[in-house]
Design a protein around this ligand. Structure first.
Ligand code: TRP
Length: 454
């Protein structure tokens, strides 16, 4: 069976950007930036994207395209009779774990979207409520919703079904096609919010926090977080981009593609910062903790409540989040689907069902871990927090480490150079940076981070 390919350059970029741009950019990034010192963190983050993100992305693209197969078989095809395929298995498990809790949050965004449409979200709050009372109004609302059992499940399931619909459509007619529609929509919405936010009175204070670095805040701890954020945001370390790389035609220029995707992902993070921080400072909410769910489900509704037509803006914003989440969740599921299609020789439809059906059960466990199952803990963490923690802190860095060692040291020295050579001569200096990045900088920094975290 010939492997499916993306049909156009734009489509392939839209799909890959779709994977990269997700809750990681709009939800995780501002929270990380706030706790790690604002602009200093942004600076470290940008350095990590260039130094580690782009080289590792190119390693994943190269492994995927050279092998033309799923992320487990890629390793066994490129290095037969070795145990390297286990790297692919690790990645596949991480991607599935992330999918289990990520889809629950995606479900919350769907619920909030509907609540905004019907106006329920703002029922009972007046535009002149004090900051404290409006904060407690939305906090209570969020906790009540998240900690209940059934409503979140319904929306998680809805999100799973939408994913299934897209995935059954296949690489071209499903993933590529929705990304072509949804990515431009996402950028349009982001720009709109950015303009609105920057026009708020006192927006300058927020912009300053986000863009003027305080160098004393550059700490090893902030660096570790910037590194983790870069991997998560660029979808690295678990074979997602090996899987997508296998769908790239031979003529795709990998270096340009990786550069474009990373810059668009970074742009989304920066635009999000330019939306959140000015809005938060204008409405006197800077003291609020943006960690976890509060930013999106409490602080922003507080901002919307003070604008004209709150329901409209809230609905558009949660639509934006849904779109971002959807194109990321399909990419996580695709890792395993591609494996089932290829290894177990199943049709697309059957492969999608095999992968998605267990998700109903596992995501139920994650969702209920805020409600009835909150006492089911592993190492003191609820199921949701456990999966979040082991993937972000251990599985992704270890996956990224193994992938960089494989591409940089196990494969022949000219392996990546050959894959990156567009048609003519490779640009030497660029290749030197990328090659050394994959061989030295990526594994070196990850090792330091892993060792220091133990
Ligand atoms: N990058 C996505 C985000 O920012 C999430 C994601 C998709 C991801 N695929 C991944 C994270 C693979 C880590 C690895 O939300």
């Amino acid at each position: 069976m010939a492997k499916a390919k993306f049909s156009s350059r734009i489509g392939l970029i839209a799909a890959t950007v779709g994977s990269a741009v997700g809750l990681g950019n709009i939800w995780r990034f501002p929270a990380e930036t706030q706790t790690n010192g604002g602009a200093a963190f942004l600076l470290l983050y940008i350095v990590c994207v260039f130094l580690l993100g782009i080289p590792l992305m190119l390693a994943e693209f190269s492994l995927g395209r050279a092998s033309g197969t799923d992320s487990v078989t890629a390793f066994s095809r490129l290095r037969p009779n070795s145990k390297w395929w286990l790297t692919g298995v690790l990645g596949m498990i991480s991607s599935y774990f992330i999918l289990c809790f990520y889809i629950v949050v995606a479900g919350w965004t769907v619920e909030y979207f509907f609540q905004s449409l019907t106006g329920d979200l703002f029922n009972g709050i007046s535009a002149h409520a004090s900051v404290e009372s409006s904060n407690s109004f939305f906090t209570t609302k969020m906790e009540k919703y998240i900690n209940s059992d059934f409503p979140p499940l319904i929306f998680t399931y809805l999100m799973i079904l939408i994913n299934l619909g897209v995935l059954i459509g296949g690489v071209k007619k499903g993933i590529e096609r929705i990304s072509m529609w949804l990515m431009p929509l996402l950028f349009l919405l982001l720009l709109t919010f950015c303009i609105i936010s920057l026009s708020f009175p006192n927006s300058a204070e927020g912009v300053r926090f986000f863009l003027t670095p305080d160098f004393s805040k550059i700490t090893p701890h902030a660096l570790v977080n910037a590194l983790g954020q870069a991997f998560f945001s660029l979808s690295l370390g678990m074979g997602t981009l090996i899987t997508y790389g296998a769908y790239f035609p031979k003529k795709t220029k990998l270096t340009q593609t990786a550069f474009t995707v990373s810059m668009l992902d970074l742009l989304v993070a920066v635009l999000t910062g330019l939306i959140i921080f000015p809005a938060v400072s204008s409405f006197g909410l800077s003291g609020e903790d943006l960690r976890g769910s509060t930013l999106v489900f409490v602080t922003l509704p507080e901002v919307f409540a003070q604008m004209p037509a709150p329901s409209l803006w809230a609905a558009l914003f949660f639509l934006l989040l849904m779109v971002a989440a959807l194109t990321s969740t399909v990419s996580m599921a695709e890792v395993t689907i591609s494996f089932v299609e290829e290894r177990w020789k199943r049709s697309r439809r059957v492969a999608c069902l095999i992968v998605i059906l267990p998700l109903f059960i596992l995501s139920t466990l994650c969702s209920l871990s805020f409600g009835s199952l909150k006492d089911w803990t592993i190492g003191g963490m609820t199921i949701f927090n456990f999966l979040d923690n082991i993937t972000a802190n251990y599985m992704l860095p270890i996956g990224a480490l193994l992938i960089s060692i494989f591409a940089g040291w196990i494969m022949p020295r000219d392996f990546m150079r050959n894959e990156l050579r567009p048609f003519g001569a490779p640009a030497r200096t660029i290749y030197t940076i990328i090659g050394n990045g994959v061989r030295w900088i990526v594994p070196g920094l990850i090792l330091i981070v892993l060792i220091s975290s133990f």
